[in-house]
Design a protein around this ligand. Sequence first.
Ligand SMILES: *[C@@H]1O[C@H](CO)[C@@H](O)[C@H](O)[C@H]1NC(C)=O
Ligand SMILES: *[C@@H]1O[C@H](CO)[C@@H](O)[C@H](O)[C@H]1NC(C)=O
Ligand SMILES: *[C@@H]1O[C@H](CO)[C@@H](O)[C@H](O)[C@H]1NC(C)=O
Ligand SMILES: *[C@@H]1O[C@H](CO)[C@@H](O)[C@H](O)[C@H]1NC(C)=O
Ligand SMILES: *[C@@H]1O[C@H](CO)[C@@H](O)[C@H](O)[C@H]1NC(C)=O
Ligand SMILES: *[C@@H]1O[C@H](CO)[C@@H](O)[C@H](O)[C@H]1NC(C)=O
Ligand SMILES: *[C@@H]1O[C@H](CO)[C@@H](O)[C@H](O)[C@H]1NC(C)=O
Ligand SMILES: *[C@@H]1O[C@H](CO)[C@@H](O)[C@H](O)[C@H]1NC(C)=O
Ligand SMILES: *[C@@H]1O[C@H](CO)[C@@H](O)[C@H](O)[C@H]1NC(C)=O
Ligand SMILES: *[C@@H]1O[C@H](CO)[C@@H](O)[C@H](O)[C@H]1NC(C)=O
Length: 493
Amino acid sequence: MQYLSLLLGAAALISPVIAQTWTTCNPMNTTCPNDPALGLNHTFYFNESSTVTNSYNITAGSLVYGSNGTEFTVNKKGDSPTIQSQFFIFFGSVSVVMKAATGQGIISSIVLESDDLDEVDWEFMGGNDTHAETNYFGKGNTTAFDRAIYYPVSSDPRENFHNYTVHWTSSQLQWYIDSQLVRTLPYAAANGGSNYPQTPMTLRMGIWAGGDPGNSNGTIEWAGGLTDYSAGPYTMYVQSAQVNDFSTGSAYQYTDHSGSWQSIKTIAGNSTAAKTILKAETPTLSVAQRFAALPQQTKLAIYCGGGAAGALIIFAFLFACIRQRRAGRRERDAYNAKVEKEREEAYQDQMALREKGLGGWDNGAYEKQGEDALGGWGGSHVAPGDRAADVPPVPKLPSNVSVNEFPLRSMSPAIPRMGSPAFQTPLISPTPQKTWNGNAGGMIHNAGNSYSGGYGGSNNIPRSPSFAASAQPTQSNRGYPGGYSNNGGYSRF
Ligand SMILES: *[C@@H]1O[C@H](CO)[C@@H](O)[C@H](O)[C@H]1NC(C)=O
Ligand SMILES: *[C@@H]1O[C@H](CO)[C@@H](O)[C@H](O)[C@H]1NC(C)=O
Ligand SMILES: *[C@@H]1O[C@H](CO)[C@@H](O)[C@H](O)[C@H]1NC(C)=O
Ligand SMILES: *[C@@H]1O[C@H](CO)[C@@H](O)[C@H](O)[C@H]1NC(C)=O
Ligand SMILES: *[C@@H]1O[C@H](CO)[C@@H](O)[C@H](O)[C@H]1NC(C)=O
Ligand SMILES: *[C@@H]1O[C@H](CO)[C@@H](O)[C@H](O)[C@H]1NC(C)=O
Ligand SMILES: *[C@@H]1O[C@H](CO)[C@@H](O)[C@H](O)[C@H]1NC(C)=O
Ligand SMILES: *[C@@H]1O[C@H](CO)[C@@H](O)[C@H](O)[C@H]1NC(C)=O
Ligand SMILES: *[C@@H]1O[C@H](CO)[C@@H](O)[C@H](O)[C@H]1NC(C)=O
Ligand SMILES: *[C@@H]1O[C@H](CO)[C@@H](O)[C@H](O)[C@H]1NC(C)=O
């Protein structure tokens, strides 16, 4: 899909929002910020918005979260909802369970993309009920004709969920469909390694209309024909993505401008992405819930401790304490460390409850509490309905509320979103190229042509057009499929 950026770049250049939306940095000729690492293995389930908002940037459009996964929909001209991971992996595997969109000319895609334009692709043409396309690029080199290869899927990829895997190491790249290996690219087979994807990658997923009538003929043909928006909407469903980062650390750094995997340094430490994931997985219990969850023995130990001693002179309570003290010393010692910790936490919780005016038990009510009575506070009488155990648990955040630490792009007024009219206009009708000369230009200066695959090696179809050197998207990293990048507009995907 790489050549699309060239075709569509001119349109993006006139968009006023590009500079705000994308920072660009190609480490091949400048020094860039380090890439935040994933640093672990994680399966993202896309049935909840928090999965996306915690770990991905929505770089275009808007999404719907349903029981079938996250929905990427083209409703009309210009729609191209896309997400990009906030993290990078440095070699790894990615298995996406998804159902491609129908619709002639509609492209559903899964892409790994690096800062220096290494790329690994899965693409699905909405008019094709049998095949998936695999593709790759190294350093934005678009001059080969043999990279895009199509493979059959066992059942219609637009009607059924399938598991599309890329397994990527420094020595080979493999594509699997439902755990069946379909393609292997050894390092050396990619132009002696120079075209081999080997730098830290983000995961991007999205949908767009390659068959938009405003696109070039080559794009439309590659996409499978013109898109009929009136027959939409067209939706791609992503159910899950298992992402294994084969490196660990907090970030990945380009130490020189070679773009070789040997030049990438792993920065030690805990990754922010991993912390966010782990935090989201830890359920947040209310103080009352945590206290209630304590073993009775622990509670008892707390009550018997200084915190509860105050005014509670209840026979049953004392009896329980005495009984507790009589428990075997050995048993007690064994339990001690655990109790101590829980006790400390629970004590803090009690203090918190008390500060809220919720802690404590009046003496009269205490008797009804039996052995499970929560430790009391002398004199702080609280109506039964307000007792700690009656405090309603803190409501969980609704799934559409983001708790990530990153400011969401969608919340930033400075960054217009895809939906804004100003942003859509150029997207609707990307400016076609002036010439259609398969040998005149390309992304790489002086390269023979910019045709980048998508035709499965056939030479019998139009090449992508020339593209003025000055407008080449040389820094269009961090673009996304069907969307805008800083320099190249529609970035390579
Ligand atoms: C990086 O290289 C591209 C061409 O490959 C050039 O257009 C761009 O200006 C260079 N950037 C820097 C900072 O040198
Ligand atoms: C992640 O999974 C890979 C296999 O895909 C395994 O080799 C690696 O040890 C795992 N990493 C961690 C941190 O569990
Ligand atoms: C999403 O899927 C995961 C894994 O199947 C499941 O544990 C979770 O409950 C689901 N969430 C919703 C909101 O359905
Ligand atoms: C999920 O997919 C099934 C089958 O494709 C469909 O019948 C159902 O309506 C979908 N559910 C939602 C919430 O989209
Ligand atoms: C995701 O968005 C945040 C906030 O705009 C930005 O700082 C970060 O660089 C983006 N991540 C990637 C991988 O582009
Ligand atoms: C789907 O793609 C394959 C591979 O390019 C091709 O052979 C087949 O004819 C296509 N099917 C349709 C319906 O376009
Ligand atoms: C780009 O790829 C082509 C085909 O593999 C190769 O001949 C050419 O040398 C590559 N260009 C660079 C700059 O690596
Ligand atoms: C997808 O395929 C990969 C590779 O065979 C496998 O490791 C993974 O478990 C599969 N995922 C699902 C959800 O089946
Ligand atoms: C694109 O295709 C249309 C319809 O087939 C044709 O009229 C037009 O001349 C073509 N444009 C180019 C640049 O080939
Ligand atoms: C990473 O996290 C672990 C466990 O949370 C912690 O023990 C360790 O000190 C952290 N390392 C760094 C470098 O922050």
